[in-house]
Every structure is written in structure tokens, then in C-alpha cells.
Design a protein around this ligand. Structure first.
Ligand code: PMP
Length: 461
């Protein structure tokens, strides 16, 4: 018996029902979706605005998942995709084949990346990029005759994706609930203790720092360190001055690869083209995704130094047995090239930096104005502010109060989409609007956030 398929225009109510029946949502409380259906069903977007099926328009204050950096409805990106689809929708680069756009994108990425990160391997997103990076470094050490160098160290509260290796590297405990056991040889360090990385053994957390772990495990067993230059999902955590450099030096001291996860911070989000540019650090491998196509189509990349590629080449004449069907997808590459062209032509990295200063000012102002706000922070257009029952005494809201979620819901009532970041007991509200945002846009977002915090304060204080 053939099943009945819904055709033509469907009402919002029907969409709700069909969503509940047939769609398993990513990173969503299943009982909530099954009870209420989806919270919002989006229909269209233009600029920094996104509109739902009822015609309600929102400001997208988080660029969807920190990725729609150029905003919605960009004709040039649609044209780039459509032209490439008509010319050559897909071609594989397995078995030593290639095609024009993947070559041009690889060259373009090399030209904008720091240092000698001149070689790219392509994926369909951030998890695949990190997963690939882990395999590449382990492969390297095996070829080098050091197969015991398998361990990967990442930071607590890091987020590196949801494939097995990427989940294992992720330091947000909630994301590990589903995998029952993390993959072997993944270790976690405490974030941002510069003095530990510089060798201060008196620090009580020394044993859990990157340096302490390397000493305990033996550097001959460590393949790589991976970290986000600025942690995103873990709370928009900006490292102290000197930290990334200290990690770079540590990796050099012990001959360990440094992998940076620039999935959020890449392509201008922080007011520099890449997060590491803030500290003039060049990793051995840099994983990117999201902003590379402004979220218009799936693409990620593992960028590595020419030196690393040359050594892989020198050490083995075997096949590089790693590749996804969609590695270097022509249509995705065409959209990425156009995205980077727009970022450059419209000066969006500078815009993120300049408008980002307004964002930081706005968040600082909220800290002054409200009784429950603390720790405002922003770097370019990547910001957050935390909520405490009593910020002065550092008394948090209890987890059952869902303070950050409540404030974000107040924002949604006022047509602004923001995101709660609640891992590790934090109650932060993240704001990361598209890089095309103006100062006026930021002022409006801050005003709405302020009204929303006031509304929540009335309920709880
Ligand atoms: N790394 C970081 C820093 C991320 O923020 C994300 C996604 N939020 C990922 C990796 C995973 O990327 P994806 O969802 O594209 O697999």
C-alpha cells in the first residue's frame, strides 16, 4: 500500500503535526517536540531577519547556529550555486581526479589563512573536519614510526561536534550522554591556565592542564592538542592574553600537533579572518566549516601546513585512505568562493570588529543596568553575558530556574532570537548576529535583550 503524501501548500497546523510524526530533530528535547511540536517553523529570511510560517519576523541575533554570517537571501550565493550546478553539479576528487572550483577554493583558502596553512582537505561540516584531523595526525605518527602517539587532548567545555571522535574530544559533558563510552585516547584538560602551560607546578590545577597531562601521560603518547581559539558553545570563553601562544610553544616543546577548531571563529566572526589571528599563532592544522559558506550549503575543511602534507607524501606511497563522497563538492566550493569574495568586498571582517565594539559596549551597559547580569564579553560579533541570582556574591540561579532560557524566551516574545548557553552550570545568553549587522541593529538587539532581562527580573527578584 502506498502511503498518502501531503501535497501542495500545507497549513502551519498541518506542518506542526507532520513535524511531530516524521521529523527527529537534532539537539532537541524529544518529549518537548512530541508534546508541543516545533517551537517555531521558519519560512524565509532576508538580511538579518528570519520569518516564520505565521508571518512573524525575528531578528536573528545568533546567525542561526553562528553560521549565516552574510545574512539571508543573498542572490549572489544562490547564483553561484545555480551556475555551478548547471555547469558541473558534482564531481569526485577521489582517485586523483579534480575540478576547477575545488582547486580555486584551495588556493583562496591558502591566501587568507595564517602562516603556511596552504593545503586543504574538504568535508561537509565541523564534526567531519575535526574527525578527519584526528585521523590525519594519528596516520602521520604511525607513518613516522611512533604509533603510540595516539592521544588527543582537548579542553573542558570545548565543543568539537557529534561524530564519535569529535564527541569524544568534546568537553561539554551533556554531549557525551549518548555515546556510553568515549573513544579511547581522548583526554581533557582544564581551560585557560596560562601559568600552568608556562610551567607553574604550584597551581592546584596543574595536573589537569595541557602541560600536566602531557607530563603524566608521556609526550611520546600524545598526537595532538585541539582547542577552539574562543570556545563557543561552552560559553563564549575568550582566553587570556598569552594563552594560545603558550599552547603553541608547549606543542613545539613536545613535538605535538596543535589543531585549532575555527568552526565558529573562522571567516571574520571575531573581527579577524580567523580567531588565531588575534594572537598571531599559527596552528599545524586548522578546522573550518560554518562561515565558509555562510551556512548556505554544507562545507568544511581541514587546513594543514604544506610541511605536514609534504611529510605525509614523503613517508608513504600508499593511498590516503580517507575521503567523503562530498569532499570538495563543486557546488559547495562555488558558494564558498563567493562567500569569501563577499566577505572581502564588503569589508565584513572589519565590520565585525567595529560593530563588535558596540556589542561589547552594549553588553557592558547591561551589566551596569541590571541586577542579575555579569561577565559581559565579546570579541568581534561573538558575545555573551551571564545571569546570576546575585552576581556580587557569585550566587548562581539554580538549574531548575532555567534563567538563560527564560531570558531567551522573553527575547523571542520581542522578536529577537538569541541562544542560552547553559553547560557547566553556566547561565549565559549568547549573541552572535550576522557580520552584515550595523551599529543600529546592535543597539536594537541590546535594547530588546535589556527589556527581556527586566521582564525576567520582575518575575524572580
Ligand atoms: N566545532 C565547533 C567549535 C562548533 O561550534 C561546531 C558546531 N557548533 C562543530 C565543531 C561541529 O560542526 P558541525 O555541526 O558542522 O558538524
Amino acid at each position: 500500500m502506498t502511503k498518502q503524501i501531503t501535497e501542495n501548500k500545507v497549513s502551519p497546523e498541518q506542518l506542526q503535526k507532520l513535524d511531530k510524526k516524521h521529523f527527529l530533530h537534532p539537539t532537541t528535547p524529544l518529549p518537548l517536540q512530541q508534546a508541543d511540536g516545533p517551537a517555531v517553523i521558519f519560512e524565509k529570511g532576508k538580511g538579518i531577519h528570519i520569518t516564520d510560517v505565521h508571518g512573524v519576523e525575528y531578528i536573528d541575533g545568533v546567525s542561526s547556529l553562528w553560521n549565516v554570517n552574510l545574512g539571508y537571501g543573498r542572490q549572489e550565493l544562490a547564483d553561484a550555486a545555480s551556475e555551478q550546478m548547471m555547469k558541473l553539479a558534482y564531481a569526485s576528487s577521489f582517485f586523483n581526479n579534480s575540478h576547477e572550483v575545488v582547486i580555486r577554493l584551495s588556493e583562496k583558502l591558502a591566501s587568507i589563512a595564517p602562516g603556511d596553512l596552504n593545503v586543504s582537505f574538504f568535508t561537509s561540516g565541523g564534526s567531519e573536519s575535526n574527525e578527519s584531523a584526528f585521523k590525519i595526525v594519528r596516520h602521520y605518527w604511525k607513518l613516522k614510526g611512533q604509533p603510540k602517539r595516539r592521544k588527543i587532548i582537548s579542553l573542558d567545555l570545548s565543543y568539537h561536534g557529534v561524530t564519535m571522535g569529535a564527541t569524544s574530544a568534546t568537553g561539554v559533558p551533556e554531549f557525551k550522554k549518548m555515546i556510553t563510552a568515549i573513544a579511547p585516547d581522548f583526554l581533557h584538560a582544564i581551560p585557560y591556565k596560562t601559568n600552568c602551560e608556562l610551567g607553574d607546578k604550584n597551581d592546584p590545577d596543574y595536573d589537569r592542564s595541557f602541560r600536566g597531562i602531557i607530563e603524566k601521560e608521556g609526550s611520546e603518547n600524545i598526537a595532538a592538542i585541539i582547542l577552539e581559539p574562543i570556545q563557543g558553545v561552552g560559553g563564549v570563553n575568550i582566553p587570556p592574553e598569552g594563552y594560545l601562544k603558550a599552547v603553541r610553544d608547549l606543542c613545539d616543546e613536545f613535538g605535538i600537533f596543535m589543531i585549532t577548531d575555527e568552526v565558529i571563529t573562522g571567516f571574520g566572526r571575531t573581527g579577524k579572518m580567523f580567531g588565531v589571528n588575534h594572537w598571531n599563532v599559527v596552528p599545524d592544522i586548522m578546522c573550518v566549516a560554518k562561515g565558509i559558506t555562510s551556512g548556505y550549503i554544507q562545507l568544511g575543511a581541514v587546513m594543514m601546513t604544506e610541511k605536514l602534507r609534504d611529510e605525509l607524501n614523503r613517508m608513504s606511497d600508499d593511498v590516503f585512505y580517507h575521503g567523503f563522497t562530498y569532499s570538495g563538492h563543486p557546488t559547495a566550493c562555488a558558494v564558498a568562493l563567493k562567500t569569501i569574495e563577499i566577505i572581502e568586498n564588503e569589508g565584513l571582517v572589519d565590520n565585525a570588529r567595529i560593530v563588535g565594539e558596540e556589542l561589547l559596549k552594549g553588553l557592558n551597559h547591561l551589566e551596569q543596568k541590571h541586577k542579575i547580569t555579569a561577565k559581559p564579553r565579546a570579541i568581534g560579533l561573538m558575545g555573551a553575558i551571564e545571569l546570576f541570582r546575585d552576581p556580587e556574591q557569585s550566587i548562581p540561579f539554580s538549574p531548575t530556574e532555567f534563567a538563560a532560557l527564560a531570558v531567551v524566551e522573553e527575547c523571542a516574545k520581542r522578536n529577537l532570537i538569541l541562544r542560552p548557553l547553559t553547560f557547566g552550570g553556566m547561565n549565559a545568553v549568547a549573541i552572535a548576529p550576522p557580520l552584515i549587522s550595523t551599529k543600529q541593529d546592535i543597539e536594537k538587539m541590546i535594547d530588546i535583550l535589556s527589556d527581556s532581562i527586566s521582564a525576567y527580573e520582575k518575575q524572580v527578584l
